[in-house]
Design a binder for this molecule. Structure first.
Ligand SMILES: Nc1ncnc2c1ncn2[C@@H]1O[C@H](COP(=O)(O)OP(=O)(O)OP(=O)(O)O)[C@@H](O)[C@H]1O
Ligand SMILES: [Mg+2]
Length: 335
């Protein structure tokens, strides 16, 4: 397995410019490129795979530059969104294709294909054709085909986005299990923040051709550095306040920010605790399975709070007009 490094990468094309100063994917790590449509995720993945060349900068596998190597010499496995299976070949043949191209002996091909199909849970379906498989099964074939060559780096570009929600959840768990089992350095592309949170060791959040922040899922979720990262990963409260003597206050709700001047304070709805009292007006609320999301007015601002129902100091039927709030964790956003 290898460490993948992107250094001083620039790639420009009709008005779009991708620029990554440094991105390091550690040996055996599962790193996800997460960002909205058009931010450059696929372009980044295609450069790592060798389908596209950067205008500038280097891509290194374990410190060796691979810029000049074609995809088939990079020892990668790749899975696309649309499976890209050969329709006229059986499952077995689809998975065996790369090994046959390499000219491996028949018995070895047989052994490796069986191994790959077992890993992805398709044993028994060797003789089916792609059209006789469900979408989830087709994507498993694509995954087996990527794994069968025992790649050093596994690249996946939105592999689950054509599948329905239940299968997506199951298959992402399996991809994660297989990745752990094989310890393979993996770069995964998605625009779905929940999927990224569930599957990744670390996430690189991208926005218009740049990496905004890289970190562990919960680090990014609770301590985003920018408003973009905060909002992309989930519901956010962002309060722009004037701090004095290290404290920024919205009426009685105060934050120790350790500086003065204008600050933007960020916290998640679930960091807002609710007590009996009268700091905030209950403007509205909605019930979610087992939880409640409240819209609270403090002065001229509105914040969201989210709690499990059994955490409230009152029943929903007896919702008071005003409540006290306490924010347990927050961060101060950069520019
Ligand atoms: N073959 C191409 N020729 C010209 N421009 C392209 C090409 N492929 C992508 N682009 C442009 O490059 C930019 C980045 O595209 P890219 O496919 O990397 O985005 P993405 O993050 O993968 O988006 P999505 O989530 O929609 O797949 C976009 O502005 C896109 O329009
Ligand atoms: Mg893409």
């Amino acid at each position: 397995m290898v460490t993948v490094t992107l250094r001083n990468i620039v790639k420009a094309r009709n008005g779009f410019r991708l620029k990554i100063d440094e991105l390091i994917v550690e040996n055996g790590e599962f790193l996800t490129l997460l960002g909205p449509s058009g931010c450059g995720k696929t372009t980044t993945l295609r450069m790592i795979a060798g389908f596209e060349r950067p205008d500038r900068g280097e891509i290194l596998f374990d410190g060796r530059p691979v810029n000049d190597l074609p995809p088939y010499e990079r020892n990668i496995g790749i899975v696309f969104q649309d499976y890209a299976l050969f329709p006229h070949m059986t499952v077995f043949k689809n998975v065996a294709f790369g090994l046959e191209m390499k000219g491996l002996p028949k018995s070895e091909i047989e052994r490796k294909v069986r191994w790959a199909l077992e890993i992805v849970g398709l044993t028994g379906l060797e003789n089916r054709y792609p059209e006789q498989l469900s979408g989830g099964q087709q994507q498993r074939v694509a995954l087996a085909r990527a794994l069968v060559v025992e790649p050093e780096v596994l690249l996946l570009d939105e592999p689950l986005s054509n599948l329905d929600a239940k299968i997506r959840e199951r298959l992402r768990g399996e991809i994660r299990r297989i990745q752990r089992e094989l310890g393979i350095t993996t770069i995964y592309v998605t625009h779905d923040q929940e999927e990224a949170m569930a599957i990744s060791d670390r996430i690189a959040v991208m926005n218009v051709g740049r990496v905004e922040q890289v970190g562990k899922p919960l680090e990014l979720y609770y301590r985003p550095e920018t408003e973009f990262v905060a909002r992309f990963l989930g519901l956010s409260n962002i309060l722009e306040l004037e701090a004095e003597n290290g404290r920024a206050c919205l009426n009685e709700l105060c934050f120790d920010v350790g500086r003065s001047g204008r600050v933007r304070i960020f916290f998640r709805p679930e960091s807002v605790y609710i007590m009996k009292g009268d700091t905030a007006e209950v403007l509205d609320y909605e019930l979610l399975p087992g939880r409640i999301r409240l819209k609270l007015g403090i002065g001229d601002r509105v914040i969201l709070a989210e709690r499990f129902l059994d955490e409230l100091p009152f029943s929903v039927e007896e919702m008071p007009e005003r409540v006290d709030v306490r924010v347990r964790s927050f961060s101060v956003l950069g520019q």
